[in-house]
Design a protein around this ligand. Structure first.
Ligand code: NAD
Length: 341
């Protein structure tokens, strides 16, 4: 059994912890938190041993009547691997602790690619993480783009990808983020950080990305143009691209019959089907949007920022420890979490 620690029990950390408990080959040693808020109570209710992330905050947990199992150092020491799901930049601060305790670590997309031995996406470069000490599971947007570009590149070759990312201003719980009533080119200069981030997974891919931020919380939306490589005679039809993407494990092809016109209905769909927290782990691709004009393929996809990286973290655990090959790991993760809509 792989002993897994989760340091940082917020949006991503609590989902990863839950997913780890579903794995037949993993055991959650515990989770570390900085404050005794409602999420700390949830961890206790779930039976997850709770550790103090910061020693001088232990008394806050005592005052709140929440029992601690120990400190984060003890948690990390007891684990085979730690998933760091702290806010951006804190993972970098934690790296020396993981090194001192000789525990391999996964970080999230908010950390810099320079921090780690390799960036990771289970569909595109699973093998690169094997035996690595420090691995970054790329951001929600880069995960969504990697899952899309991998099959297109393998099957047809990609001459150039051009993507406009319409990004939610903040997660539903991030009350301090915006914009409130605006549409921001963000960043106003090109490229947005997403293209270079995709290149941490596909070093040779030519990609330009533009970013916008809008007053939404539910999901991101990508407007995608991928210029394909084949000779004109071999250019796929839109139906062939549709079939290719439908055959991928972590895509949800939104069909006209679903009558889903945006993120609101996608989330409703997930909630109606009993998805935990209304999570959508898959790329949600509007089937009708897939078009091929000359050598250009176009589509729209929605990405649930809070959850698409969760199965990737589970796979990255196995990749780092050499516990399964890519297909085996993805299958196990998909089956236990219930991916596939
Ligand atoms: P979050 O703020 O929801 O959760 C972070 C948790 O870590 C909070 O509970 C916070 O109290 C805790 N924390 C703060 N300092 C800590 C410390 N020193 N030790 C332990 N815990 C500490 O953040 P999040 O959205 O889960 O993001 C975590 C990482 O995941 C970031 O790198 C982020 O860029 C990345 N990410 C976030 C999203 C998203 O949309 N939320 C998507 C993909 C990747």
């Amino acid at each position: 059994m792989i002993q897994v620690a989760v340091n940082g029990y917020g949006t991503i950390g609590k989902r990863v912890a839950d997913a780890v408990t579903l794995q037949p080959d993993m055991e959650l040693v515990g989770v570390a938190k900085t404050s005794p808020n409602h999420e700390a109570e949830l961890a206790v209710e779930n039976g997850y041993p709770l550790y103090a992330a910061v020693e001088d905050r232990i008394e806050l947990f005592d005052e709140a009547g929440i029992d601690l199992a120990g400190t984060v150092n003890e948690l990390v020491e007891a684990a085979d691997i730690v998933v760091d799901a702290c806010p951006s930049g804190i993972g970098a601060d934690n790296k020396s602790m993981y090194e001192e305790l000789d525990t391999p670590a996964l970080y999230q997309g908010g950390e810099s690619a320079d921090l780690v031995d390799t960036s990771f996406n289970a569909r595109a470069n699973y093998g690169d993480a094997e035996g690595a000490d420090h691995v970054r599971v790329v951001s929600c947007n880069t995960t969504g783009l990697s899952r899309l570009l991998a099959p297109l590149d393998e099957t047809y070759g990609v001459e150039k990808a051009r993507v406009t990312l319409v990004r939610r201003g903040g997660d539903p719980g991030q009350t301090g983020r915006g914009p409130i009533n605006d549409i921001l080119p963000n960043p106003v200069t090109l490229p947005s950080h997403h293209g270079p981030d995709v290149n941490t997974i596909f070093p040779d891919l030519s990609i330009d990305t533009l970013g916008l931020k809008v007053p939404a919380t539910l999901m991101h939306t990508h407007s995608v143009n991928v210029q394909l490589e084949p000779d004109p005679a071999d250019m796929p039809s839109a139906d062939e691209v549709r079939e290719l993407l439908a055959g991928e494990e972590r895509t949800f092809m939104v069909q006209p019959k679903h009558d889903i016109d945006g993120a609101g209905k996608l989330k409703e769909y997930a909630l109606d089907r009993g998805r935990p927290r209304g999570d959508l782990w898959e790329n949600c691709i509007w089937s009708e949007s897939i078009s091929v004009e000359d050598d250009d393929c176009y589509l729209f996809q929605a990405i649930h920022q809070e959850s698409d990286v969760v199965p990737e973290n589970v796979d990255a655990i196995r990749a780092v420890l050499g516990a399964a090959d890519a297909a085996e790991s993805r299958d196990r993760t998909n089956e236990t979490m219930g991916l596939g809509l």
